[in-house]
Design a protein around this ligand. Structure first.
Ligand code: ZN
Length: 96
């Protein structure tokens, strides 16, 4: 069963798909980067991660902000722990 994205991660989160969400971090306008969150049914709930979700991040200028609205960043986003890999282009997730 799928767990909803809990607080505080859900507040201000932008869902690119039902499985993948991003959230501006640490600045609310996203100028510093974003949290990158994807469903991970195997993740063990603890105090540091969202139960049922894997939480990572990408930041600027390590990534290039190609376009803010709709969001496009370069290069691709990869969760090395789970192999989730794709591009955020025109506000959409495009699997790689
Ligand atoms: Zn992951």
């Amino acid at each position: 069963m799928s767990l909803p994205l809990p607080e505080p991660w859900s507040e201000g989160a932008i869902f690119l798909t039902e499985e993948i969400a991003i959230k501006p971090h640490p600045e609310a306008d996203g100028s510093g980067g974003y949290l990158f969150m994807h469903r991970d049914e195997q993740s063990e709930p603890d105090l540091h991660v969202a139960p049922g979700w894997c939480v990572g991040s990408f930041s600027f200028p390590d990534w290039t902000l190609v376009q803010r609205e709709p969001l496009t960043v370069s290069p691709s986003i990869l969760c090395v722990s789970h192999g989730v890999h794709g591009f955020i282009t025109d506000g959409k997730w495009i699997g790689a």
